[in-house]
Design a protein. Structure first.
Length: 263
């Protein structure tokens, strides 16, 4: 399983075994339910759709009601897809909990950052600003934004004042410090984007997925190596046996000839 859905509870601190204080973010993750399965033969890729959060049935339209009834699941607020190698491992209506993670795992957390409203260039982009002395008239202004006679226009993507925050952001490679499965809580080291009770998508980081794939591949590679070694040993034994069989009649003939000469 690749990930789970949840919401931000808030920040706290935890003491490690060495006595160090670790800043952690508390996340309420799951329980999630498998609402839909997508296969390579039908949709062109393997994935499962997870649902999280309660929703009033009166707010659903008919297609949404049918979608949830097909999976035999109550109405859910959030739906997200996760790519999966094998879809047959999951069933519609299956419950997925936070105990899928372990302490020491690395996760990527995706959320919507806090909206900060209209901001100037200094706050939004970290511009240095102009002289702070009296009479400069250029304290926190942006400065020149356009090119000269060519192309005589403002180039798209120029850093300027504007609306700040409220974007979909991902914080990567956060360490899982603690898991409380009874309360569906996961404690992650560091800060994550979003406000309290903000919706989050928690997925295993690329580093973690690579480690897991390597661990799966290692036993297969070992078995293949062992098979190759066994084949080589068998071939060597067969070759030695053939050599011995060829040498034995020659040795017998030599012995007989020696005996005849002596007699």
């Amino acid at each position: 399983m690749v990930g789970i859905l949840g919401e931000k509870v808030g920040m706290s601190q935890v003491f490690s075994e060495k006595g160090e204080t670790l800043p952690v973010t508390v996340i309420k993750a799951g329980p999630c339910f498998v609402v839909q399965k997508k296969s390579d033969s039908k949709e062109g890729y393997n994935a499962i759709q997870l649902g999280y959060g309660e929703r009033k049935e009166k707010s659903l339209n008919k297609p949404e009601k049918g979608h949830f009834e097909k999976a035999k699941v109550s109405s859910l607020k959030y739906l997200r897809e996760f790519r999966v190698e094998n879809v047959d491992e999951y069933q519609l209506g299956q419950e997925i909990r936070v105990d899928m993670f372990k302490v020491g795992d690395y996760v990527d957390v995706k959320g919507t950052s806090k909206g900060k409203g209209f901001a100037g260039g200094v706050k939004r982009w970290g511009f240095r600003g102009g002289p702070a002395s009296h009479g400069s008239g250029h304290h926190r202004r942006v400065g020149s934004i356009g090119a000269s006679s060519f192309p005589s226009r403002v180039i798209p993507g120029t850093k300027m004042p504007g609306r700040m925050g409220g974007n979909s952001t991902v914080t990567k490679k956060l360490e899982v410090v603690k898991i409380i499965p009874e309360e569906n809580l996961i404690l992650v080291k560091g800060a994550i984007p979003g406000v309290k009770k903000g919706f989050l998508v928690i997925s295993k980081s690329k580093k973690q997925r690579k480690q897991e794939t390597q661990e799966k591949q290692e036993p297969q590679e070992k078995k293949e190596k062992e098979k190759k070694e066994e084949k080589q040993k068998k071939q060597e034994t067969q070759e030695t046996q053939k050599k011995q069989e060829k040498q034995e009649p020659q040795e017998k003939q030599e012995k007989q000839e020696k005996q005849e000469k002596q007699s």
